[in-house]
Design a protein around this ligand. Sequence first.
Ligand code: ZN
Length: 298
Amino acid sequence: MIEGPHDGDHVPAASTGSVITRRVFLRSIGLAVVAAACARPDAEPRVPSVAPTTGAAPRAAGSSAPATTRPSATTTTPTATATTSPPPTSTTPATTHPPTTTTTTATPTTTTSPPTTATPAATLTINPRSAWDASQPVEPRLVPHSGPLRYLTVHHAGDQSGVTGPERFRSWQAFHIDDRGWGDLAYHFIIGIDGTVYAARDIAYRGDTATTYDPDTHFLVVVEGNFDSGAPTESQLERLPVLLAWAAASFAIPTGGIGGHLDYAVTTCPGAELYPYVRDGLRADVDALIAAGGVALR
Ligand SMILES: [Zn+2]
């Protein structure tokens, strides 16, 4: 197995360095695969164009959404509070504790919402590892993040084959564990051709890469396909911001940390057909989803 200088984390084979070469390899498990065209040794490594912010912005955006959606409920609470607040046994002034007891009862919760108060802007189904029949990770090889997640980094698979979906994902995982010596599939989440989202590596652990960036504190999502030679599907483009909005809100990851692999390493990943959206539109879409109520798992 030839190990290329870049993007070996994407596919069960890496190119030998030619910009456009895609080479067919036969995996030990019998799958014909096509190597990524991601290797671009002559390209300049890009400095991350989106310096991560402190996280205050996305969290503020997320928390401001519910506030704007329930002003009417809030206005009704004072009267209820005035009548239901306990007798003056406490020493705190009555004016300091009205909202707490009545907010929950006055909130127009929907049948689907768990503890969140606002109607979510979108829902997301995350299929478990068992949905793609993932192998067990090699735990001793996995390394926890050194701190809170700071980056939301998008990859493409970078390969082409007639094989898609779970069978494909298993071939990636086998390559990463058996050939690369990593603890698991390199990425935390997969978005399949049809937009289906799958859990992969445990989010608690940093990803892996054969390129030159450090995936510590990166949330890694791989979008199935080769977007140097084709475009992502509509379903994938719809699901990508939803997944990232869920992740940003769930793990307090600043949306300023959204980027593509090529923002950190010499590679064309996530591909010419996807990267412009990652650079120019994805963050706004993610912010809008969070501001509109966020994403609920279902
Ligand atoms: Zn990549």
